[in-house]
Design a binder for this molecule. Structure first.
Ligand SMILES: [Cu+2]
Length: 290
């Protein structure tokens, strides 16, 4: 429960496609499309491709405007998927590290791009378009959008929003004695989510929902929605570029993110943190589209 009230269990070994990653063979001049998926329980990742410039072409399965990640650093939280195009512009025979430096002081080499000795496949990098056709998602109507605030609360050092929170100061540790460690708008849904909890909010089918997700905690949370892809509008008041549609939105401590979607999919849907330890300890809710 102590871990669940903090970062969750990040583990100590990262595998790629189920195996310990080592050399990833590539050839100079080739263009590679990588679909990166963070399947970890709690570990965030921030990948750098030494000597290379990945271009993001899709996030969570939704094409976006092709763009390079800020500082060349690809941040991937649990459940996030990012498609990148990578032009192999290294020299034949060279090796380039793929590193993960998400956690301060804990950076490591995940794998190595290992070039064969073959001559480059082509003399110049490809000029061809990397933009993918967009999916037919309904466009949110922001003028008529129904605002809904989603406040993430709890965890260690969270500022006392939950009963007993504030464990670092010698008070009760959140999550101990079977209490939930986290809450959304003051309510905690724990276990497998079938707790019979009433929906946090209800949307009319076809209405545009505008979610304002506010992270009051001292921890990172990849918030994952079922049934919909959300258009990211702003982060901490600044507009989000590249028209990114996501079903998993990572919030840094104290972040506020605004997103919108058209509620065209009837049913009861989950909205939860995808750090499984957080979800099971209360960072989960349900909403209804009817
Ligand atoms: Cu979380």
């Amino acid at each position: 429960m102590m871990d669940a009230a903090m970062s969750g269990r990040v583990g100590n070994i990262v595998t790629v496609n189920g195996a310990l990653p080592g050399d990833q063979p590539v050839r100079a001049g080739e263009r590679v499309r990588l679909r990166l998926l963070n399947g970890a329980l709690a570990r965030m990742m921030a990948l750098r491709f030494e000597g290379h410039r990945p271009t993001i072409i899709a996030i969570d399965g939704q094409p976006c405007e092709p763009h390079e990640p800020p500082d060349g650093r690809l941040v991937l939280a649990p459940a996030m998927r990012i498609d990148v195009v990578l032009d192999m512009q290294g020299d034949p025979g060279s090796r380039h590290a793929v590193t993960d430096d998400f956690y301060d002081g804990l950076s490591y080499t995940l794998a190595n791009l290992t070039y064969s000795a073959e001559p480059p496949l082509r003399a110049h990098p490809l000029n061809a378009q990397v933009r993918l056709p967009t999916n037919p998602l309904p466009e949110p109507d922001l003028a008529s959008a129904v605002p809904q605030e989603i406040v993430l609360q709890g965890g260690m050092m969270g500022g006392g929003k939950l009963k007993g929170v504030g464990g670092m100061m010698g008070m009760a540790t959140p999550g101990m004695n079977g209490d939930p460690a986290w809450a959304i708008n003051g309510m905690s849904m724990t276990g497998d989510g079938h707790a019979g909890m009433a929906p946090l909010f209800t949307l009319k089918r076809g209405a545009t929902s505008r979610l304002i997700i506010r992270n009051e905690t001292a921890w990172w949370h990849p918030m994952h929605i079922h049934g919909f892809s959300m258009l990211l509008l702003s982060r901490n008041g600044a507009p989000v570029p590249h028209r990114q549609w996501q079903d998993t939105v990572l919030l840094a401590p104290k972040d506020t993110v605004e997103c919108a979607f058209v509620a065209d999919n009837p049913g009861d849907w989950m909205l939860h943190c995808h750090v499984a330890d957080h979800q099971m300890a209360g960072l989960m809710t349900v909403f209804r589209v009817s």
